[in-house]
Design a protein around this ligand. Structure first.
Ligand code: IMP
Ligand code: MG
Length: 173
């Protein structure tokens, strides 16, 4: 059984999300709605805390994707397992993701969603591992920049486990 070492504590995450929410709110005209699209499953916990730190002009939707065979994804092709319930046309959309690693998933997703003609589209990721980037992808809001560790917790999994941890941890054998 692997043990976990805390990399980013629950308190640090909650504090950072408060700052991010305030930053997002001030970036949009106060009378306009902001539509958040979480990428399942990893993005669920970040979404849930982020929307609770925002005002009642926020709406949300969920999408589930999976990479086509993790090791052979040079194309970054992703499969949509669950699509959005409502359309994005004319809305201020923010894609909410757990982590940007190579950037391939996000790059593909941004193209897919931009084609649906949102009024604006931005991306918020709790974590970024810039040293692993393979494609240049724009992430407008980043919670924390981390080194090249495999991390779990706060939505992120290893073989579907550890998503429930309220903090970000590194797995140790
Ligand atoms: P990318 O396409 O390489 O940017 O990978 C993005 C996806 O890979 C994320 O949405 C995660 O699901 C997964 N991923 C990347 N790094 C980690 C990690 O350190 N822990 C858990 N999942 C990760
Ligand atoms: Mg993910």
């Amino acid at each position: 059984m692997a043990t976990t070492r805390v990399l980013i504590s629950q308190a640090e995450i909650q504090h950072r999300i408060g700052t991010l929410a305030a930053e997002i709110e001030k970036d949009y005209p106060s009378t306009e709605e902001i539509h958040l699209v979480a990428v399942l499953k990893g993005g669920f916990m970040f979404m849930s805390d982020l929307v609770r730190a925002m005002s009642d002009r926020v709406t949300m939707d969920f999408m589930a994707v999976s990479s086509y065979g993790k090791d052979t994804t040079s194309s970054g092709q992703v499969r949509v397992l669950k699509d959005l319930d409502s359309n994005l046309e004319g809305r201020h959309v923010i894609v909410v993701e757990d982590i940007v690693d190579t950037g391939l998933t996000l790059h593909y997703l941004q193209d897919l969603l931009k084609a649906r003609k949102p009024k604006t589209m931005k991306t918020a990721c709790l974590l970024s591992k810039p040293s692993r980037r393979k494609v240049d992808v724009t992430v407008d809001y980043i919670g924390f920049t981390i080194d090249d560790h495999f991390v779990v917790g706060y939505g992120l999994d290893y073989a579907e486990k550890y998503r429930n941890l309220p903090y970000i941890a590194v797995l140790e054998q």
